[in-house]
Ligand binder design. Structure first.
Ligand code: A3P
Length: 342
C-alpha cells in the first residue's frame, strides 16, 4: 500500500505538489490527502499497474508549444506522462542504456492508461524514426508545428536568453539567421545584402516536411497526428479533443479545463477531481478557482517570452524561403495551416 502511495504521488507531484502551482495553500492539504488515499485504493483495486514503455510520443517541434500540449493532455486520467524530456532515442548515452532504462523513466501506469513522452529533438534526429519503429511499430505519434518564422525567432530568443543567463552576450538578429555578403560590410538593414544561414539547425527545424518524410518512411500516416501550434494556443479544448481521439482515450478535457490569462497572453490549465471545474471558463476567466479541489497552472516564465526583434524585410525573406516547404507539408498532412506566404 505504501509503495503504491509513493508511486502514485510521484505522478501527482507534477500536477499538485512540486510544480509551479498558483494558489496552493494550507486548505489544500486535507482534501489532497483524502484524494491520495482514495486514488491509492483505486490503484490497488486495479492490479495491472507498472512502469511501461511509451504508447505515444510527442516528437516536436521545438518551440511549438510541446510543453503546453504535454501538460494539457496529462489532465486526462487515462494518460500518464514522463514529466521531463527523456532524450532516449536522440542521445547515444541514453540509447546505449537500453529499453530497461527507458522504461524506468516513466511513472507507473495501469492497463487502461496510455504512456506518453515528449522530446522535441526526436523530430530532427536522423536515427530516431528507425529506432522508435524497432521499439514499437504500432506507437502513436504527435507532431506540433508552429509557423516556421515565429518558431525560429522564438528559438533564437530562447538561445539568447540562455546565453545571457550564463553571463554571455545576447544573440543578435538578423546576424544569427543571416550572414552579410559583399565586400563592403557596413551595417545595412537591406535584407538583400544578407544571405540566409540555410543549413543552420534553427532554420532547418522549420522545414517540417523534410523531417516528416523521414518519419513516414517508417510509420503509416494515420499513426501520426500533426497539429498547428496556433490552434493549440487559440483553442486548446478543440485541439485536445483531437489528441484524445488520436490516443483512443475517453474525452475528458473540455473548455472548462482552461482559462485565458490576459497578463500571460495564454490559456492556463484548470484541473479538478470533480470533473468539470467550477468558475468561469471563458477568455475573461482571468482568475483560477478558489475551490480547494480545483488546481490551476500556467506555464513557466520560459514560455511566452518577449521575442527578439527581426525587421520585416528579413521576416519576408524567411517566409518566402519556408513557403514551398509549408506547401509540401500541407499536402503531406492533408491540411492547410494558412501560414503567411510573404
Ligand atoms: P514563446 O516562448 O515563443 O511564446 P515549447 O514548449 O515547445 O518549447 O514551446 C514554447 C511555446 O509554447 C511558447 O513560445 C508559447 O508561444 C507556446 N504556447 C502554446 N500554448 C501555450 C500556453 N498555453 N502557455 C504558454 N505557452 C504556450
Amino acid at each position: 500500500m505504501l509503495l503504491l502511495l509513493f508511486m502514485w504521488l510521484s505522478r501527482w507531484q507534477w500536477w499538485q505538489l512540486l510544480g509551479s502551482w498558483s494558489r496552493l495553500d494550507q486548505r489544500l492539504s486535507t482534501p489532497l490527502l483524502l484524494q491520495a488515499v482514495s486514488k491509492v485504493e483505486e490503484m490497488a483495486a486495479r492490479a495491472n499497474c507498472s512502469q511501461r514503455l511509451p504508447d505515444v510520443l510527442i516528437i516536436g517541434a521545438r518551440k511549438s508549444g510541446t510543453r503546453a500540449l504535454l501538460d494539457m493532455i496529462a489532465m486526462n486520467s487515462k494518460v500518464v506522462v514522463a514529466p521531463q524530456e527523456v532524450h532516449f532515442f536522440d542521445r547515444e548515452s541514453n540509447y546505449g542504456r537500453g529499453l530497461q532504462w527507458y522504461r524506468h523513466q516513466f511513472p507507473v501506469a495501469c492497463d487502461d492508461q496510455v504512456v506518453l513522452e515528449k522530446t522535441p529533438k526526436y523530430l530532427v534526429h536522423p536515427a530516431t524514426p528507425r529506432r522508435v519503429f524497432e521499439m514499437n511499430p504500432n506507437i502513436l505519434l504527435i507532431l506540433l508545428v508552429r509557423e516556421p518564422v515565429e518558431r525560429l525567432v522564438s528559438d533564437i530568443t530562447q538561445l539568447s536568453l540562455k546565453r545571457v543567463g550564463l553571463g554571455l552576450a545576447p544573440i543578435q538578429l538578423p546576424s544569427a539567421i543571416f550572414q552579410m555578403v559583399g565586400a563592403n560590410r557596413v551595417f545595412s538593414n537591406s535584407s538583400a545584402r544578407w544571405r540566409l544561414r540555410e543549413k543552420s539547425t534553427p532554420v532547418q527545424v522549420g522545414v517540417y516536411q523534410r523531417h516528416l518524410r523521414r518519419w513516414l518512411r517508417h510509420f503509416d500516416r494515420h499513426r501520426l497526428l500533426v497539429l498547428d501550434s496556433g490552434a493549440l494556443m487559440n483553442d486548446p479544448a478543440t485541439t485536445l479533443a483531437r489528441v484524445e481521439q488520436h490516443l483512443h482515450v475517453p474525452h475528458e478535457i473540455t473548455r472548462h479545463n482552461f482559462y485565458f490569462n490576459a497578463s500571460k497572453g495564454f490559456y492556463c490549465l484548470r484541473r479538478g477531481d470533480r470533473g468539470v471545474a467550477s468558475g468561469n471558463s471563458s477568455r475573461s476567466g482571468e482568475a483560477g478557482s478558489e475551490d480547494p479541489l480545483v488546481s490551476v497552472k500556467c506555464l513557466g516564465s520560459t514560455k511566452g517570452q518577449r521575442h527578439l526583434q527581426l525587421p520585416e524585410p528579413f521576416r519576408h525573406r524567411l517566409r518566402r524561403y519556408y513557403a514551398p516547404h509549408n506547401a509540401k507539408l500541407y499536402r503531406l498532412v492533408g491540411e492547410d495551416f494558412g501560414w503567411p506566404v510573404d
